[in-house]
Every structure is written in structure tokens, then in C-alpha cells.
Write a protein that binds this ligand. Sequence first.
Ligand SMILES: [Zn+2]
Length: 222
Amino acid sequence: MKLEKAVVVFSGGQDSTTCLFWAMSRFSEVEAITFDYGQRHKLELDCAAEIAGTLGIKHHILDMSLLNQLAPNALTRDDIAIEQKEGELPTTFVDGRNLLFLTFAAVLAKGIGAKHIVTGVCETDFSGYPDCRDVFIKSLNVTLNLSMDYGFVIDTPLMWLNKAETWELADELGAFDFVRERTLTCYNGMLADGCGECPACKLRRKGLADYLAIRGSREAGR
Ligand SMILES: [Zn+2]
């Protein structure tokens, strides 16, 4: 029996698309929420909308452009380069972004009668974002339940997976090709395997290569 209704925090990238498939395999009803915060590439929003449409998922796009007012950063501003210096947070970092996104997702979830909120945050490839940590998610879960007097469950299927394991999960869900070909992770706005040069592409490619090597050796061992 499938569990009730879930809302997936969805960007159209590899991680959140894998989460979308994960949610569809578990919940009887799934809706997706995407935040428009003035991303460099509107393509990201188009990509998310297209994936949701293809999968028949109801898609909510929420205007979060105020985030750029508070914290100008490399994800939204063309004049700030995407980079990460040793021991520093990358220039794509926005303080409190997950806190805000998950809080808004919770308001929406309660409004549509969903208890589960699914997010692709991950502590394994921890880039130093404090609000991606498991301890933060658990703390926020309690806070949300208290603030709205409601039994939310925040699901984080990728929390302890590395990038190769995230590809493996997509494969187990029968979504490997879909995730590889239809998602957008690249900071330069190139779909699928991307530009190959930006930090997001490098991380994605390494994970994919690692997973394909593991899958190849398993197949050879059969
Ligand atoms: Zn790229």
C-alpha cells in the first residue's frame, strides 16, 4: 500500500528529479514545488516544468525573488562568478535558503493536505551548507510541526548517499536514462551531461563515472 500525499521540493536537477521518482514510488499522490528566485537561467524553471509535465505531476512555482534582495549571489547574478575558495563557502551559497524553501513548502503542503515533504538535501557531499545537515532537517521538522500544529514528515532520501549512490538510486527506480537526459544541474544552463567545466558538472560527472564503473564491474561479475 502506498503512503498518502507528498510534496517534493523540485529544481529540475539530478537530485530533486531522483527524489521525485522516489516519491512517486512511495506515495499515492505527489505534487512538486519549484522556487523562482531569479536563477541565472530561466531554463532551470522550464526544465522543471517540462519534467513535471512529462510525469503528470502537479507543479507549483513560487516566486522567491526576494531572496536576491536579501543575499545577492552567484546563482542569481551574472556579475558574480561561481567559485569556491579553499575552506570557504561557494559563491552560490545563500544563507537560510533551505530553511526558507522548506518552510514555504510546508505551508503549501498543509494547504493541500500533504504530510510528507521530500527534499534532496545531502550531508555526504557536504559543501558547507549548514541547512543541508541532517541535524538541521530534524530540528526544522519539529519546529514546523509545532508552528502549524501538523504532523509533517520531512523525507531526505539522499541524505547519506554519495553522488554515485544517487545515480544508483535513480537506476533502481527505473529512472536512470530519464535523470541523465532530462535534468539540468549545470551552472551554465546546459541540459543532461552539461558543460563539463562548472563545479556542478564536475561533481555530477564524477558520480556518474563512479556509478557506471561499479555497475560495469557488477555486470562483468555475473
Ligand atoms: Zn556545467
